[in-house]
Design a binder for this molecule. Structure first.
Ligand SMILES: Nc1ncnc2c1ncn2[C@@H]1O[C@H](COP(=O)(O)OP(=O)(O)OP(=O)(O)O)[C@@H](O)[C@H]1O
Length: 254
């Protein structure tokens, strides 16, 4: 059975003054998939995400989220999506449990802070303040907060940037877990190994345009079919394999 599209973007354009950051892109995200937006710095990934998240105005084009039109029903869209907050959104005097209770209140949603923290390996940090967390713990907390309003879709903008290999892999497992419970995930990343591991499909964006869109596997096969060959035979392991084998997969931060 064909899955339905939960996000439909058609001919999306965003101009910042004279500069066109998003140049008429179109793509669909299927319900229940992990969809990646990949591209170099300045490609227009965050701009595109922020428009879909209702946080930024578009110049033109159409965006439909779960059947809701961004132009006429932005408030309804806000209720069914989960967005990572900027760090400044975490009141410094509140601990993690209090922050989750606060957000639950703002969303008018019953929430069990202990359960949510446990799902993200943060149960030991229930009484800690956000600023006292390690980088990996901060990222896990910010992803946990996207789930408070029980959204159908979560948006993750570069969730593993700056994390050590153990923390990255741990976060990958948590993102797969979120998806396995039925939530659609839209993610941006600069790490191609991450996209290959996590994404069902990804769009490669360059200078405001989508230049390829398919599953990682199909994109790789298409490149190989075009005659591409790696210059050197790669080794059977890489430095990350060495690092993980020597230091183990367990998280170090707690
Ligand atoms: N508020 C703004 N005013 C003017 N130009 C902007 C604004 N926000 C973004 N831009 C420009 O639009 C382009 C796209 O930026 P955007 O942040 O969407 O790219 P990105 O793909 O998310 O990049 P990165 O990988 O660096 O996060 C860039 O050239 C950027 O300088």
């Amino acid at each position: 059975m064909e899955t339905r599209n939960i996000i439909e973007v058609k001919n999306l354009v965003k101009n910042y003054g004279d500069f066109q950051a998003v140049k008429g892109i179109s793509f669909d995200v299927r319900e229940g998939e992990i969809f990646g937006l990949l591209g170099p710095n300045g490609a227009g990934k965050s701009t595109t995400l922020e428009i879909i998240e209702t946080l930024r105005d578009k110049t033109s084009g159409e965006v439909i989220v779960d059947g809701l039109n961004l132009d006429t029903q932005p408030e309804a869209i806000k209720k069914i999506i989960g967005v990572q907050l900027q760090t400044s959104g975490y009141y410094p005097n509140l601990n993690l449990v209090e922050l989750i209770e606060l957000f639950g209140g703002l969303y008018n949603q019953p929430v069990n802070p202990k359960e949510l923290l446990a799902a993200f390996n943060l149960e030991d940090k229930a009484k800690a303040k956000y600023k006292a967390l390690s980088g990996g713990q901060k990222q896990r907390f910010s992803i946990a907060t996207t789930l408070i309003n029980k959204p159908k879709i979560i948006f993750l903008d570069e969730p593993t940037t700056g994390l050590d290999p153990q923390a990255r892999r741990n976060l990958w497992d948590l993102i797969l877990d979120v998806r396995s419970k039925g939530t659609t995930v839209v993610i941006t990343t600069h790490y191609m190994d991450e996209a290959e591991f996590l994404c069902d499909r990804c769009a490669i964006v360059d200078s405001g345009k989508i230049i390829a869109l398919d599953s990682p596997n199909n994109l790789i096969d298409q490149l190989v079919d075009s005659g591409f060959q790696r210059e050197k035979q790669v080794k059977l392991a890489n430095l990350e394999d060495v690092f993980i084998t020597l230091t183990g997969k367990a998280l170090r931060e707690s």
